[in-house]
Design a protein around this ligand. Structure first.
Ligand SMILES: NC(=O)C1=CN([C@@H]2O[C@H](COP(=O)(O)OP(=O)(O)OC[C@H]3O[C@@H](n4cnc5c(N)ncnc54)[C@H](OP(=O)(O)O)[C@@H]3O)[C@@H](O)[C@H]2O)[C@@H](O)CC1
Ligand SMILES: Nc1ncnc2c1ncn2[C@@H]1O[C@H](COP(=O)(O)OP(=O)(O)O)[C@@H](O)[C@H]1O
Length: 498
């Protein structure tokens, strides 16, 4: 599990150490770790001695880290140059002295032969929009290593307000910064490497978590020897309509690929026929009902009266039995606040899976009805997307899965998860239907398991599985959503073999 803290939280954790005169020691630890990662990049490319590393150096401590790292690299026979990159061209005094003492140089331009360029312009001290230094040209093919945070990325929110220096690798100090996992920040950060500098005892609870392989394995464990189909979980699905029959196929196939005891589908005749052709193991019926351990409602449901009736039937059943419900797609536009409250009053877990447009619509409709100032909420969405998702989740008292390049999962009063496995290849119709099936499956499985992980963690594991399946599918070229279920099975097979 990856734990991330905002830049603000990391700066607060550093404070007692700075007051105790430990600032230089912290900086040298950070710089040493940065130098080790740069050496690893150089080794990957060829001989270390004789290669050139350039650093773009800002005037603050981020620049100090980069200068000290250059001084360490110089001692390994690397040609090291610092390029002042702030308006004032000021350099951190001790770092500058260390570089010169080691035989490094200060120059005006990044040499065209540089194998690695360290971005040490701005770190957690960045405020507002960033502008690239005038005339900056990075050598083609050079590996860009960001020091702590790519310049231009807000370490708290991942927001990029102005320009940015995208990195291949970000070497971050003390704690992974939340901004490296969110939105444009995650995109700019590339691979993230953490260097411990001894902040552990001073850091509070993480601001964000991201589940990894152990959590995926726990949430999607293979069946036990004595399992039977009901103990493995049964997912009920109210999905598909004459207009959108395929969505029901995707939900059912993705759920089955995630490993559970049974999928039960409530849908009109034409949808049932299509689904049974693709997955004859589905138990297809025309009404919502029967034994299930969780329900998913919405993909391809449409928005007419019969869709509303099917949603109401799911709400009544889930409220009676206290079952978890995933509301996706059409169900997000149809569900009323009264229905959500009925489910919550009955102790049913409610998971909503909006993409960005649906998230805003939810805030404007149900959020506003529940007392949220939707206009103010929307104006804060770009600046602090995690805060906004958390506020809406708490207002509605539901688990929100805000889908996108960084999918944010918030359980009211609980931890915030963010998963970034999925790539833009997932931006193709029907992948959200598959995700609804995977989340439904994990909840159906979890509901039947006495030792289940917390709901947020299960849902985050489902989002990871879906994202990894997308990556795997993309490796074979462009794909449509119906390619995902087979890849879900492969990802689970690989996870189980580890
Ligand atoms: N504290 C510690 O002991 C440790 C800290 N560590 C390291 O320090 C980093 C934080 O260092 P920091 O606090 O000096 O801030 P930093 O990111 O270098 O930027 C400050 C400078 O940038 C400027 N500036 C701001 N915004 C700007 C903009 N948009 N566009 C242009 N300029 C802008 C601002 O100028 P100002 O406008 O305020 O005059 C100021 O000069 C942290 O990320 C980590 O790498 C590690 O070594 C571990 C120990
Ligand atoms: N640019 C992107 N990068 C990564 N994942 C994306 C991107 N765009 C969309 N996705 C993912 O694809 C899925 C799309 O869901 P959704 O919009 O509901 O699709 P549909 O309604 O067509 O099934 C979500 O899991 C979302 O996180």
């Amino acid at each position: 599990m990856l734990r991330a803290h905002t830049g603000t939280a990391v700066r607060a954790a550093e404070q007692p150490l700075l007051e105790a005169g430990q600032g230089d020691a912290l900086m040298r630890r950070a710089a040493w770790g940065l130098a080790q990662h740069v050496l690893a990049e150089l080794r990957r490319r060829g001989p270390v001695a004789g290669s050139t590393v350039a650093a773009l150096v800002g005037s603050g401590n981020n620049g100090g880290d980069a200068l000290w790292a250059l001084s360490f690299l110089r001692r390994r026979g690397v040609h090291t140059v610092a390029v002042p990159a702030s308006r004032s061209r000021a350099l951190h005094d001790d770092g500058h002295a260390a570089l010169l003492a080691a035989g490094g140089q200060v120059v005006d331009q990044v040499p065209s032969g540089a194998a690695v360029v360290i971005d040490g312009i701005l770190g957690t001290g960045a405020r507002g929009a960033f502008e690239l230094p005038d005339g900056l040209v990075l050598p083609e093919g050079a590996t860009v290593v960001a020091c702590d945070v790519p310049s231009g990325v807000d370490a708290d929110t991942g927001q990029v307000l102005g320009e940015v220096i995208p990195a291949d690798v970000t070497v971050t100090f003390g704690a992974v910064k939340a901004g490296l996992l969110l939105g444009a920040g995650a995109q700019a950060a590339g691979r993230v490497e953490l260097v411990e500098i001894g902040l552990g005892p001073y850091l509070g609870a993480p601001d964000l978590l991201s589940v990894g392989e152990p959590e995926l394995r726990a949430a999607f464990a293979p069946p036990r020897w004595d399992d039977h189909k009901y103990s493995r979980g049964v997912l009920g699905a109210a999905a598909g309509s004459e207009q959108y029959p395929g969505a029901a196929v995707l939900v059912c196939r993705a759920a089955l690929a995630s490993g559970l005891g049974m999928v039960r589908l409530a849908a009109p005749e034409a949808v049932r026929q299509l689904v049974l052709g693709a997955a004859p193991e589905v138990v297809a019926q025309d009404q919502v009902g029967g034994k299930a351990t969780a329900w998913v409602c919405g993909p391809g449901l449409g928005e007419d009266e019969s869709a509303a009736d099917r949603l109401e039937a799911v709400v009544v059943l889930a409220a009676e039995q206290g079952l978890p419900v995933v509301l996706d797609a059409s169900a997000l536009s149809l569900v009323s606040l009264a229905q959500v409250r009925r489910l919550r009053a009955a102790g049913a877990v409610v998971v909503m899976t909006p993409h960005c447009g649906e998230l805003v619509a939810l805030a404007q409709r149900l959020g506003a009805e529940a007392g949220l100032d939707a206009g103010e909420w929307e104006s804060g969405l770009d600046e602090d997307p995690v805060g906004a998702v958390r506020e809406l989740a708490e207002t509605l008292d539901v688990v929100l899965v805000a889908k996108g390049p960084s999918t944010v999962i918030v359980e009211p009063g609980g931890t915030v998860f963010v998963q970034t496995e999925g790539g833009a290849e997932l931006a193709t119709g029907g992948t959200g239907d598959c995700l609804a099936g995977v989340i439904g499956a994990v909840l159906a499985r979890g509901a039947a398991d006495a030792e289940r992980p917390a709901v947020g963690m299960q849902v985050a594991a489902a989002v990871r599985l879906h994202g990894l399946a997308g990556r795997a599918a993309a490796a074979d070229g462009p794909f449509g959503a119906s390619a995902l279920p087979d890849q879900i099975r492969s990802v689970l097979a690989t996870a189980a073999a580890k």
